[in-house]
Design a protein around this ligand. Structure first.
Ligand code: NAP
Length: 282
């Protein structure tokens, strides 16, 4: 699997598996853990989770999937903004580690910006990193102005990633956030790469320009949407899939090489931004 370099010198795989909405229903847990295990069998070892998902339930599903193979995985988890003060973040991380059944989180993110001063969160992250409980830390749902502000604070230079909403239908971050991340060597993690909700996903996947490219490659529109994100420099993509056929398709998106003609047609169907827009969020 191709990887990107983090500012710490560690690496992060370009394709991962999301876990939002996992761990909410005990009857589905087995199927969810099986999906994550299948992804790992296919070489997709980055798993993205958060204390918020299923109020800890998703982290427990991840633990189930990782039984006996923790060292193979790259775990990303996130702290709620209201838990992200200097001491709160230590306690939240301990709870996540417990649920995940591990002694370390590869990349720990502030889920979104709340009212706790960033400088406190960064102090908490640095303490966790010194203790070896997290190996890298970063943020999520930060716009370019938030990134500039965070980068200037003590510990801000160690920020390893920003995870934001990014897909073919939502390209606003290409205006200034993605260029900022590239300039600073900070991978950008694209969440909801398939638009998440059934209605929005259907609208994106049904656009003729996208269907045309998919037909030419003999793959699904969803796979082209993922291949397009994977083609962007400095971007990590984390689709969530429970259906085994989806897990397999998503892994296979890595093997699609989009041509200049494909990219031009996709730009036509999903035009890049022409001006700055506020960051889109789920
Ligand atoms: P997504 O990955 O864009 O879409 C998930 C939906 O697409 C599910 O319904 C899934 O179905 C379906 N799907 C997956 N692969 C498919 C394929 N090949 N063809 C057709 N449909 C497919 O949405 P998401 O869960 O919102 O985003 C991905 C991950 O990003 C999350 O799980 C979470 O880890 C992270 N995230 C982070 C934030 C944040 O604030 N940081 C916000 C949102 C999401 P099945 O599950 O039935 O297979």
């Amino acid at each position: 699997m191709k990887t990107l370099l983090l500012p710490s010198g560690r690496t992060i795989p370009v394709l991962g598996q999301g876990t939002w909405a996992m761990g909410e229903d005990p009857a589905r847990r087995r199927q969810e853990a099986d999906a994550l295990r299948l992804g790992m069998d296919l070489g997709v070892n980055l798993i993205d989770t958060a204390e918020m998902y299923g109020e800890g339930g998703a982290e427990e599903v991840v633990a189930e999937a990782l039984a006996g193979r923790r060292d193979q995985a790259f775990i990303v988890s996130k702290v709620y903004p209201h838990n992200a003060d200097r001491r709160g973040v230590q306690a939240a991380c301990e709870r996540s580690l417990q649920r995940l059944g591990t002694d370390r989180i590869d990349l720990y993110l502030l889920h979104w910006r709340g009212s706790v001063p960033l400088v406190e969160t960064l102090e908490g992250f640095e303490a966790l990193k010194s203790a070896g409980k997290i190996l890298d830390f970063g943020v999520s749902n930060f716009d370019a102005s938030d990134m500039r502000e965070a980068a200037r604070l003590p510990g801000g230079g160690e920020l390893a990633a920003n995870q934001v909403l990014y897909n073919l239908a939502r390209r606003g971050i290409e205006w200034n956030l993605l260029p900022w991340c590239r300039e600073h060597g900070l991978p950008l993690m694209a969440y909801s790469p398939l638009e998440s909700s059934a209605e929005e996903q259907a609208a994106m996947l049904a656009r003729p320009g996208l269907k045309q490219v998919a037909a030419r490659h003999g793959v699904s529109a969803a796979q082209v949407a993922l291949a397009w994100l994977l083609h962007q420099d400095g971007v990590v993509v984390i689709p969530k899939a429970v259906k085994p056929a989806h897990v397999r398709e998503n892994r296979a998106a890595l093997d699609i090489a989009l041509t200049a003609q494909d990219l031009a047609e996709l730009d036509q169907a999903f035009p890049p931004p022409r001006r700055a827009t506020p960051l889109d969020m789920r």
